[in-house]
Ligand binder design. Structure first.
Ligand SMILES: *Cc1c(COP(=O)(O)O)cnc(C)c1O
Length: 355
């Protein structure tokens, strides 16, 4: 790995009030950049003042959408250490996405070093208020100026960071979700398992319609049969049915969430078996009718755990646990946020300290 060049910003921005932060609107003073060319591979790692990128209008990202991204968080502990939650998993997944999008692989250890180096420069931006964190967004775009349809030969890897407020300002609470029966997010053989911009571009319409109808998110069904549950907008989903905890298996069209993996690990360590399998929406409807649908919750970096109070599918409305947060969802939320903020012992060895 070559040395990171550092160009510090001449003037630092004022820090925001941590109780007023909105998601992803404010960015720190610096950003990380790294170029790729066929001749040099990934080269010239540098930290520079945060600011606009200059792109040739023929840059291939603008025409054919070769773009992948990641999302992770850094937390400030009460003794002023800064912790990253499982950044190696994000590095691994970035390469899974790269492979699918024909973007050159990155060194995973270098990825983690780059994230740490940028946080170290902007460490004053990691908020300390309960529930707050610094959201980190690494991404790669195709920058080669060319209108031919093929994999680009030049890319830019960048990391930007944004201080974010507590997801639940008034405590963890359940959401209403619409089961999407018109649009699909992904199909087997497509890009559903990659964290790529295009998956989101095609999902926005369904999200807008669900919002309009009073739901906070969309639950996607499989693209072929429209029968099996896949995931929520940017979260994986779990159910507790008659005592069994289940989540859809990773079948090629679902994103492998780091939070999903952490939840499965914790539940197993607590002695709850988790079954990864196909789950039909009809099974959920039947369980609900029979009073066996005990809990449902989404998992993802932004919310950590998002309990589902109500599911709406065609003419069926399923209320889960009386619309209240379930016991497992709460325990998972408290445990994961406790580990992330350094309040609970990191029994799984998940945290990485930023020096
Ligand atoms: C990022 C993402 C998730 C959640 O992954 P985490 O690593 O837990 O944040 C789930 N689904 C989709 C489509 C995503 O993009």
């Amino acid at each position: 790995m070559n040395e990171i060049r550092i160009e510090k910003s001449a003037s630092l921005k004022p820090k925001p009030d941590a109780s007023q932060l909105e998601f992803g609107k404010l960015f720190t003073d610096h950003m990380f950049l790294l170029d790729y060319s066929e001749e040099l591979g990934w080269h010239d790692p540098r930290i520079v003042p945060y600011g606009p990128l200059t792109l040739d209008p023929a840059s291939m990202i603008l025409h054919y959408g070769q773009a992948v991204f990641e999302g992770l968080k850094a937390f400030r502990t009460s003794d002023n250490r800064i912790l990253l939650f499982r950044p190696n998993k994000n590095a691994e997944r970035l390469n899974v996405s790269n492979e699918r999008l024909s973007i050159p692989e990155m060194d995973e250890a270098a990825f983690v070093e780059y994230v740490k180096a940028l946080i170290a420069i902007d460490r004053d931006w990691v908020p300390s208020l309960e529930g707050t964190s610094l959201y980190i967004r690494p991404f790669i775009i195709a920058t080669e100026p060319c209108l031919g349809v093929r994999a680009a030969k030049q890319y830019l890897f960048a990391i930007i960071m944004s201080p974010v407020g507590a997801y639940y300002k008034e405590g963890i609470h359940p959401v209403k979700i619409n089961v999407e029966n018109k649009y699909v997010r992904a199909v087997r053989g497509g890009t559903g398992f990659a964290k790529t911009a295009g998956n989101y571009a095609s999902s926005i319409k369904a999200q807008e319609e669900a919002k309009h109808d009073g739901f906070s998110q969309v639950l996607w069904l499989d693209g072929k049969e429209h029968a099996y549950i896949e995931e929520v907008g940017s979260m994986n989903i779990f159910f507790k049915i008659g005592g069994e905890i289940v989540t859809p298996e990773l079948n090629g069209s679902i994103l492998a969430g780091v939070t999903r993996d952490s939840v499965i690990g914790l539940l197993k360590s607590w002695g709850y078996p988790v079954t990864e399998r196909k789950i039909s929406i009809e099974e959920i409807r039947r369980a609900s009718e029979e009073g066996k649908l005990e809990e449902a919750f989404g998992t993802g970096t932004a919310a950590v755990i998002s309990p589902v109070g109500q599911l709406h599918w065609e003419e069926h409305t399923m209320t889960i646990n009386g619309g209240e947060t379930g016991e497992i969802a709460r325990r998972l939320y408290d445990t994961i946020t406790g580990i992330q903020s350094g309040k609970l012992a990191d029994s799984q060895g998940w945290n990485v300290v930023v020096e």
